[in-house]
Write a protein that binds this ligand. Structure first.
Ligand SMILES: [Zn+2]
Length: 429
């Protein structure tokens, strides 16, 4: 997919293909995009760069949250946000934060730099098993929380949030039932797969790239996506899917997210300065710049970062989708060429690469095959259908609906079909 995207970008002189890395002029936020990397391999660096800095306001928030977590679990057996019915541990809204700080030491802008934290502690979730099991079959022991980073930044709008989880270990020092020593994050697909499906759906991330995806865990249901390169919320992924497929590519998408995050920062700054005015406070600390790592710590995702993560997310379930498609029956086939869609896919110096898209539906109106062709040919896709039907033990195709069947007769392998129907009208109706 990465290759395809790069190919499109390189061969699209009019820059009208999705995933264009062109910078848009006259933007308020050019400076924020100056750090765009030339390719998606920079996404991991960008993730590391966005981690919280020691002594920053967000780092202090996460340290306090971690300490509080221990206390809450000792006292209430679960985090207070779970008791409240929420996965998020949220800082007070700026209006209340400032109002409260007026009762104490006076207005402080640092209360407005904090972010929501998604608390994911699998062993405290509804319907969790009495014990989580390692891939070796032994029971897992809980192994505290993470230190570096304490929580992971998940890209989101209008602001990023953080994901806090616990660790498990297959303890090899245990006297009864010693384990294999493997360490697990509470966010690992192997752990998630042991939770009930309805709880999996609420999870804010899944990890790609650490080996095969566990079958009982469906990544498309998660509310955010995590790959070794970074983490992004489900909302942003859904927006990306929609906008990328309508040729609003990674660069303008990155601009959009950046703009939304900058506006959120501007809202907070306005609330702070207006509150100072309203409460008659003078000589206060300046509000942090958007990208001050010790202050507001804004870190919008760049275009290559988004492209890299999107590639991970789209590629991960691809093999399952293809396998599922390949095993569907094709007793009644309906096939046709489409010419419009290929006008928008790939081009070299204004010349189109592809001539037609060839789609084949089965008797349940399921897409059974789809090929993008540079020459008008159907024999290749048809032979593939025949091979897959045999392999998946489906009966051979009995009827094929197509336009101008007499003209196509030469192309179709005769073994595939026993009967042609001239069905131009009924097909399109
Ligand atoms: Zn183990």
């Amino acid at each position: 997919l990465n290759f395809d995207l790069d190919f499109n970008v390189e061969h699209d002189e009019h820059a009208d293909i999705a995933a264009s890395d062109r910078q848009i002029d006259e933007s308020l936020i050019d400076e924020a995009l100056d750090h765009i990397q030339p390719d998606s391999s920079g996404a991991e660096d960008e993730t590391n760069a966005a981690e919280t800095v020691t002594d920053s306001e967000i780092h202090k928030q996460l340290l306090a949250l971690k300490a509080r977590r221990d206390d809450e679990i000792k006292k209430y057996k679960m985090p207070l946000c779970y008791i409240r019915g929420d996965f998020f541990d949220r800082p007070p809204h700026p209006v209340f934060a400032l109002h409260n700080s007026m009762k104490g030491s006076g207005l402080n802008p640092s209360d407005l730099y904090l972010r929501d934290v998604f608390i994911w502690l699998p062993y405290l979730l509804p319907g969790c098993p009495t014990r989580f099991i390692c891939t070796c079959g032994a029971a897992l022991s809980r192994n505290g929380f993470n230190d570096d980073p304490i929580a992971r930044r998940v890209r989101h709008i209008p602001d990023d949030f953080f994901l806090f989880t616990n660790r498990f270990i297959c303890d090899d020092r245990r006297l009864n039932e010693p384990g294999c020593g493997t360490s697990w994050q509470g966010t690992d697909p192997h752990i998630l797969a042991q939770l009930p499906r309805q709880v999996q759906v609420a999870f804010p991330g899944t990890i790609f790239g650490y080996g095969p995806i566990i079958h009982s865990f469906n990544p498309s249901l998660a509310s955010a996506y995590i790959s070794p390169r970074g983490a992004i919320s489900k909302l942003l992924v859904r927006l990306m899917r929609n906008s990328f497929s309508h040729r609003h590519g990674a660069a303008p998408f990155s601009e959009m997210v950046t703009e939304v995050q900058y506006l959120s920062h501007a809202d907070n700054e306005l609330i702070y300065t207006a509150a100072a005015n309203s409460y008659g406070q003078t000589g206060l600390m300046r509000f942090s710049a958007f990208d001050d790592p010790k202050g507001y710590a804004g870190s919008p995702p760049s275009a290559p970062y988004l492209k890299g993560l999107f590639t991970d997310i789209i590629s991960a379930p691809r093999i399952y989708i293809e396998r599922d498609t390949a095993t569907k029956p094709l007793t009644i086939a309906k096939a046709d060429h489409a010419f419009d869609v290929t006008k928008h896919i790939g081009g070299v110096k204004g010349e189109r690469i592809f001539t037609a898209a060839y789609t084949c539906m089965n008797e349940f109106e399921e897409a059974r095959g789809h090929s993008i062709l540079s020459i008008l040919q159907v024999a290749g896709p048809c032979r593939r259908h025949v091979r897959l039907l045999r392999a998946s033990k489906n009966p051979p195709t009995q009827i094929l609906y197509t336009d101008s069947p007499q003209g196509r007769l030469n192309y179709f392998p005769i073994m595939m079909i026993s009967c042609f129907l001239p069905a131009e009208r009924s097909f399109h109706e």
